[in-house]
Design a protein around this ligand. Structure first.
Ligand code: NAD
Length: 341
C-alpha cells in the first residue's frame, strides 16, 4: 500500500484526496489545511487533518478542530505527497519540505515546468514518469489537449494543430475575483503557454494555441483545427474516440447545446458534477479539405484528478500504464457516462 499525503485541500486537493481513498493500492494518510475554516471542519470529519503551516497549529486547536500535527509530521509518514497548493506555492513547499526528506511529490499545472523532472499526462507519457521523484501533472486545459491530440496522433497522420481555448474565468467558489462583462485575450499575443506545455508532454507535435478568458465558471471550451496528412473521415475519428474511456462523446441532438447543458447532465450522475473525461461534441467533428475540426469541453475542477492518481502509480513504479489507467477509470467510473444516454 502506497502511503499518500495531500498538501492543500482546495478545488483540486479535495477531489484528489477522495480519489486516492477509492484506490486499492493506496492509503490516504492525511490532508492539510492552512486555517480552520468550514472546509477544514469538513476535512477533519472525513480525513486525518494536518496544518499546512506549522505556526498555525494553535489556530486549529483554538477553533476546536482536531489536527494530527503539522505538514512536517504528515510528510514523515508518507511515501508520496500530492501538492495541491495554489499556483507557485508548490515550488515553495518543494524547497521547504520535499527536498529535505526522502519523499516523492506530484505537482500541479500552476507550477512552472522545471518544478519537476517531467510534465505528465497518463495517456501520452506514463512510461517516462516511472520511478521519477518529482512529477508535474499539466493544467486542466493542457490535460484536455494532450489526451485528445495523443489519441489522434496515434491513429492518424496529422500535421500542424491550431487550438483556441475559451477559458472559464474562475472556478465557481471564487469570491474575490471573477466574472466581468467582457472577453479577455489571455495572452494578447499568441501563442498561449498551452502549446509549450503540450510540447513538454508530446515533444514532436506541431501545435500553436491562443486563449481567451470568458465570463463563465462552468467549463472551458476548446476549438481545434488539425491539418491532416492522409484521408480521414469524421466517422473514422468518432470510431477512434469512442474507444477511449477518458473521452465522452456527446451530440447537440441529445440536447447538449452548451456547457450549461453538459453540467446539468453531470449534476444528475456525478458527485459535484465532476466530469473527469474530455467532453467532445461528436457532431462538431468535421473535415474540410485537409483540415479536421473538433470542439471539446473540459471541466477544469475535475479533469486532472485521474491524472494525479496515475502520476502517483508512475512515480512509485507500482503499475504498468494500462493497469494504472484501468484501475483509475474503474474506481472513478470513468467511461460510464454514455450509459446514461
Ligand atoms: P485552490 O485555491 O482551490 O486550493 C489551494 C489550497 O491550498 C487551498 O485550500 C489553500 O488554503 C491551500 N494552501 C495555501 N497555501 C498553502 C501552503 N503553503 N501549503 C499547502 N496548502 C496551501 O486552488 P486549486 O484550484 O485547487 O489549484 C491548485 C493547483 O492545481 C494549482 O497549481 C492550479 O493551477 C492547479 N489546477 C487548478 C485547476 C482549477 O481549475 N481549479 C485545474 C487544474 C490544475
Amino acid at each position: 500500500m502506497i502511503k499518500v499525503a495531500v498538501n492543500g485541500f482546495g478545488t483540486i486537493g479535495k477531489r484528489v484526496a477522495e480519489a486516492v481513498k477509492m484506490q486499492d493500492d493506496m492509503k490516504l494518510i492525511g490532508v492539510t489545511k492552512t486555517r480552520p475554516d468550514f472546509e477544514a471542519k469538513i476535512a477533519a470529519k472525513n480525513f486525518e487533518l494536518y496544518s499546512a503551516i506549522p505556526e498555525n497549529l494553535k489556530l486549529f486547536e483554538n477553533a476546536g478542530i482536531e489536527v494530527k500535527g503539522s505538514i512536517e509530521d504528515l510528510l514523515q509518514k508518507a511515501d508520496v505527497v500530492v501538492d495541491c497548493s495554489p499556483d507557485k506555492v508548490g515550488v515553495q513547499n518543494k524547497n521547504k519540505y520535499y527536498t529535505k526528506i526522502y519523499i516523492k511529490a506530484i505537482f500541479q499545472g500552476g507550477e512552472k515546468k522545471d518544478v519537476a523532472e517531467i510534465s505528465f499526462n497518463a495517456l501520452a507519457n506514463y512510461d517516462a514518469a516511472k520511478g521519477k521523484k518529482f512529477v508535474r501533472v499539466v493544467s486542466c486545459n493542457t490535460t484536455g489537449l494532450c489526451r485528445l491530440l495523443f489519441i489522434l496522433k496515434e491513429n492518424f497522420k496529422i500535421g500542424r494543430v491550431r487550438a483556441t481555448m475559451l477559458r472559464r474565468v474562475v472556478d465557481p467558489k471564487e469570491d474575490t475575483k471573477g466574472i466581468v462583462n467582457g472577453i479577455m485575450p489571455d495572452p494578447v499575443k499568441a501563442p498561449s503557454h498551452h502549446a509549450l506545455d503540450v510540447k513538454a508532454v508530446i515533444p514532436d507535435l506541431d501545435i500553436v494555441t491562443t486563449a481567451f478568458k470568458f465570463p463563465t465558471t462552468l467549463m472551458h471550451v476548446h476549438s481545434l483545427c488539425i491539418s491532416l496528412k492522409e484521408n480521414v473521415t469524421p466517422k473514422d475519428v468518432v470510431n477512434v474516440l469512442e474507444k477511449e474511456p477518458r473521452i465522452f462523446l456527446i451530440s447537440s441532438e441529445d440536447g447538449f447545446t452548451s456547457t450549461n447543458k453538459i453540467v446539468e447532465f453531470a449534476r444528475e450522475v456525478r458527485k459535484r458534477y465532476d466530469i473527469f473525461e474530455n467532453v467532445v461534441w461528436a457532431d462538431s467533428i468535421g473535415v474540410d479539405g485537409n483540415e479536421l475540426f473538433i470542439t471539446q469541453a473540459i471541466h477544469q475542477e475535475a479533469i486532472v484528478v485521474p491524472e494525479n492518481i496515475d502520476a502517483i502509480r508512475a512515480a512509485m513504479n507500482i503499475a504498468e500504464k494500462a493497469e494504472s489507467i484501468e484501475k483509475t477509470n474503474k474506481s472513478l467510473k470513468i467511461g460510464e457516462l454514455s450509459r446514461f444516454l
